[in-house]
Unconditional design. Structure first.
Length: 511
């Protein structure tokens, strides 16, 4: 049953065709069968899940159930869960049991969703492949030699492998959209401030935003509705943000309102070939650093998806050429400057004193700090703390950090201009499908550059979604829809229309 849509699962629960305990048991059995291979979960909370499921069944019987009551789900291990291990993918927090729930966790608990466990992730959400986890890499359910993407790779793989129908994630620079794309599921990162960051372990606070994974846009809408909402404990939580996202049935009606929707792609971001033209194995576009190397087959898949949106569903397509668009080529540099700066500050709290890893031997306080941090953090986290400390240091602050902030402002202004002429920007998520685990030819800078299509959205604080649009060599490909502030419902409804007309989102990996 858990490979069905949330709508079907919720209907079955209400019709008493299945109980929440049966659903939780099914989810736990699928995790037992698959997690040895996929490593999507760091922690499975069997007793907690069954207790929550029994409470959900009682609510269903009493007629007080909410839309998510009884639905099995997983939380990325970045969200604090009271009494349940929360590691953030790090040795630093390998034994950390939080005394409180993140806002998102308590909202979903109140809604009666049944958390079965916590999912694997890149350490402190730094990475795009899940290989930076202290608990070993997560594997892509479509091909276990490949990465699932990251940093929310455990959540994406758990949903793709049908261990749970929905899961939470966080997206600081692409960590929901990229793993959703590489695992063949749908994922949405809302406008910055829509989902509270309270209890969500901080990486880069001005960029971090919680969001949702599901099989479809419709399922993501339901999960996001359960996560969003104002929270006074997060000073950046927005009071005006909508907190329910509905799939508006009129949008799927015969009047084809997609014809009212102006979809645009950025010149230089989306290489258009015209459908059906066969392309060489790799296609390089853009002469400016960083130039982009796409797999030819991906370009065809992207073009076919535009064809479905525009020819089949009637959206109005235009290519976007706004003055100043060139600034996007600095998005990756600005992002990594700001993200590392904020990380170096946020991660200073892990000092071995109050909680987290503490070295077992030291002679004085200074050495205790040094050893605890050296032992507790992995290589990538250390690299970013050092980079962040450097760009914030006296003498370099203006040259790096302030300059990056200026670029961030220009990028936000650019999107403001663009959304005067289009409703949705359509873009790639990645330049290719999932790559091999332990690819020997990858260096950090190369990995960072692959975030080209996702990080500008976070710098501007915009909402964006990724949904599956096809497969190459048995591996999924995703398409990104970027919306204006608070346009989550539009993104979800537009993707829903696509999913009504196609079946990519219903495909699932073998076993
Ligand atoms: N790959 C990006 C990074 O490593 C994005 C990570 C994220 O969104 N958490 O910073």
């Amino acid at each position: 049953m858990i490979d069905s849509s949330l709508k079907e699962i919720a209907a079955a629960l209400r019709a008493k065709k299945v109980s929440a305990v049966e659903l939780a048991t099914e989810s736990l059995a699928r995790i037992d069968a698959g997690n040895g291979r996929i490593n999507a979960f760091v922690t499975v909370d069997r007793e907690g899940a069954l207790a929550a499921a029994r409470a959900a069944d009682a609510r269903l019987a009493a007629g007080t159930a909410a839309p998510l009551t009884g639905i099995p789900m997983a939380h990325k291990d970045v969200f604090c869960t009271e009494g349940v291990l929360t590691t953030c993918g790090s040795k630093m927090l390998a034994n950390f049991i939080p005394p409180y729930d993140a806002h998102v966790v308590s909202l979903l608990k109140q809604a009666g969703a049944v958390m079965v466990g916590k999912t694997n992730m890149d350490e402190f959400a730094m990475g795009s492949s899940n290989e930076n986890s202290h608990f070993g890499p997560t594997r892509n359910p479509w091909n276990t030699d490949k990465v699932p993407g990251g940093s929310s790779g455990g959540s994406a793989a758990a949903v793709a492998a049908r261990m749970v129908p929905i899961a939470t994630g966080t997206d600081t620079g692409g960590s929901i959209r990229q793993p959703a794309a590489l695992c063949g599921i749908t994922g949405i990162k809302p406008t910055y401030g829509v989902v509270s960051r309270y209890g969500m372990i901080a990486y880069a606070s001005s960029l971090d935003q919680g969001g949702a994974f599901g099989y479809s846009a419709e399922d993501c809408a339901l999960l996001l509705s359960g996560m969003a909402g104002h929270d006074p404990r997060d000073s950046t939580s927005l009071e005006r943000a909508p907190s329910t996202y509905t799939i508006n049935q009129s949008l799927t009606g015969p009047n084809d309102p997609l014809s009212q929707c102006r979809i645009g792609s950025l010149d230089g971001w989306l290489p258009l070939s015209g459908s059906g033209i066969s392309l060489p194995e790799t296609v390089r576009i853009g002469s400016n650093f960083p130039s982009i190397e796409f797999e030819g087959r991906i370009i065809n898949i992207l073009n076919d998806a535009i064809g479905i949106y525009c020819r089949k569903l009637g959206a109005r397509y235009q290519s976007i050429n706004t003055p100043g668009q060139d600034v996007l080529k600095h998005a990756v540099s600005a992002y990594y400057t700001i993200a590392c700066a904020e990380a170096s500050s946020n991660l200073s709290r892990f000092d071995g004193v109050r909680y987290g890893h503490r070295a077992s031997s030291y002679t004085d306080l200074e050495e205790m700090y040094n050893r605890s941090r050296s032992e507790g953090f992995g290589e990538e986290v250390k690299r970013r703390i050092m980079t962040g400390t450097y760009v914030l240091s006296h003498g370099y602050y203006n040259a790096y950090y302030i300059k990056a902030q200026k670029i961030r402002r220009l990028i936000a202004n650019l999107f403001k201009e663009i959304f005067k002429t289009v409703d949705i920007i359509i873009a790639p998520v990645t330049m290719g499908p999932a790559f091999d685990i332990n690819s020997s030819d990858r260096n950090p800078i190369q990995s960072y550059q692959e975030d080209l299509f996702t990080v500008a959205v976070n710098l501007a604080g915009l909402p964006a979604l990724s949904h599956p649009i096809g497969y190459t060599n048995g591996l999924p490909v995703g398409l990104q829809l970027i919306g204006n502030y608070f346009d989550e419902a539009r993104l979800l409804n537009v993707a829903h229309q696509f999913q009504q007309a196609t079946d990519w989102h219903t495909r699932r990996p073998a076993n």
